[in-house]
Design a protein around this ligand. Structure first.
Ligand SMILES: Cc1cc2nc3c(=O)[nH]c(=O)nc-3n(C[C@H](O)[C@H](O)[C@H](O)COP(=O)(O)OP(=O)(O)OC[C@H]3O[C@@H](n4cnc5c(N)ncnc54)[C@H](O)[C@@H]3O)c2cc1C
Length: 424
């Protein structure tokens, strides 16, 4: 830790006033975009209530504050590769898409990515954002170390050797402002993406395990699953003509019917680098549909058939307010607030229409049907889970509460939604 020089707070400029989807207008009294770490530290030390915002792609008020909202986009976008350790250290505000391009030119890759490359590394890690692949953990599992400005303005470095590391990584933005993250890298690799149509629900389990990263899309209008997106190693043979009873898409697809496939990464088996195949959406284009709300629940990977059957009972409620549902897999990890904590997971995602009044009652029904599977909601999406039920689904919840009390005793980084789920 280094000492802080006295000085005034940095000026606000170009900080988003609302989230990407537009369903959350940030309630902050002041917006800040510091240019240096010392300015950031001074701001944090002098504030009574503060939150960091990344690229604003979350759908709930977890990161909203009535105090100071700070974007790290003004800090230098540093990216340092350590070849010997097989790691890269990046500034927290950098987007995965930019990190990916740089790493690839240096011969490196990240093991997995989310569906969109537009999100900041710090914001994605804070909510345990994930891609798909049953042997791949969520994006937070790649974190080997991080630097965080704590409530008193100190700069704290934590790595895998620290006892609280597994609690700090998926920190929900509640433990401080993450300035830099060190991520594990692997040698760069190419993938091919194939889209297959019309999967029988009985074949879902096998389909999800059939390639490096698999996403299955459906709309709950029929029992059959509309599309399988297979992102597979270039060494793996293409799916046979009648693979699992599906047919091959003969032109590029967008997950949401009626949206332009131009926004999506190349399909039809064209080989390309990992960072241009693992995300569904291209960096320079709008991801998903834009006018939407999202929810997602992680349930045990072993419960695929039962979960499909439970949701089928409320398909008639889901379908009218749904744009698309996506099913993915995530490997178990040890991070305290990760939805994948010690549980190989099936992630059940919903892209809803942009109408909270219509969606929230359906969400309550969906949560009720999923309750027997102890669903852990995505921290950055919309959910209506009872706080006590949620706490019971996380064996290390009490340890995280203790960490919060220790690192943020005055509740500087607290928000209303956090208080609802982790009361003081
Ligand atoms: C179109 C679309 C597609 C998506 N696809 C996926 C997907 O494939 N998989 C998935 O898991 N999720 C997905 N998401 C959700 C998204 O990845 C998460 O909500 C993620 O947190 C967004 O990152 P962000 O940088 O926008 O964070 P923000 O929304 O800006 O912030 C999220 C949280 O992180 C905190 N935070 C941000 N920066 C910092 C920092 N520097 N230090 C400390 N805390 C910080 C904030 O306070 C807040 O609590 C998608 C979202 C959209 C809009």
């Amino acid at each position: 830790m280094t000492a802080l020089e006295p000085g005034g707070p940095p000026a606000a400029a170009d900080v988003p006033r609302r989230n990407w989807a537009g369903n959350v207008r940030y309630a902050a009294r002041e917006f800040h975009r510091p240019d240096t770490i010392d300015d950031l530290r001074r701001l944090v030390a002098g504030s009574t209530r503060l939150r960091a915002v990344g690229s604003g792609h979350s759908f709930n008020r977890l990161g909203d504050t009535d105090g100071d909202l700070v974007s790290l986009a003004g800090l230098p976008p540093t990216i340092e590769v350590d070849r010997e350790r097989g790691q890269v250290t990046v500034a927290g505000a950098m987007r995965y898409g930019d990190v990916g391009q740089h790493l690839h030119t240096q011969g490196h890759a990240l093991a997995n990515l989310a569906s969109l490359p537009h999100i900041s590394v710090a914001g994605a890690v804070a909510t345990a954002t994930h891609g798909s692949g049953q042997t791949h953990g969520n994006l937070a599992t790649a974190v080997a170390a991080l630097e965080i400005v704590t409530a008193d303005g100190d700069l704290l470095h934590v790595d895998r050797d620290d006892d609280t590391f597994a609690g700090i990584v998926v920190g929900l933005g509640a433990l401080g402002v993450v300035t830099r993250l060190t991520l594990d890298v692997v040698p760069t690799f190419d993938l091919r993406q194939y889209v297959r149509l019309d999967l029988a629900p009985e074949a879902l389990d096998e389909a999800l395990g059939s390639a490096y990263s698999v996403s299955v899309f459906t709309d709950w209008r029929t029992p059959r699953l509309r599309e399988v997106w297979r992102k597979q190693s270039t060494d793996q043979s293409p799916p046979e003509a009648d693979w699992l009873g599906t047919t091959a898409a003969d032109e590029p697809r967008h997950p949401v019917l009626g949206m332009p496939a131009e926004n999506c990464t190349p399909q039809l088996g064209v080989p390309g680098p990992w960072h241009e195949r693992l995300p569904h959406f291209k960096l320079g284009f709008t991801p998903s549909s834009g006018d939407e709300l999202q929810s997602e629940y992680h349930v045990p990977r072993t419960s695929v058939a039962e979960v499909l059957a439970a949701l089928a009972e409320v398909a008639h409620l889901i379908a009218p307010v749904l744009q698309v549902c996506e099913l993915r897999t995530v490997a178990a990890d040890e991070l305290w607030l990760s939805p994948n904590y010690r549980r190989d997971s099936l992630a059940v995602h919903f892209t809803w229409v942009d109408d909270a009044d219509a969606v929230l009652p359906v969400l309550a029904e969906v949560e009720e049907r999923l309750a027997p599977f102890a669903p852990r909601p995505h921290w950055g999406k919309v959910f209506v889970t009872d706080p006590r039920a949620l706490a019971a689904r996380y064996p290390r919840y009490a340890d995280f509460e203790a960490l919060l009390a220790d690192l943020d005793p005055k509740g500087k980084f607290r928000t209303d939604l956090l208080d609802h789920y982790i009361p003081r």
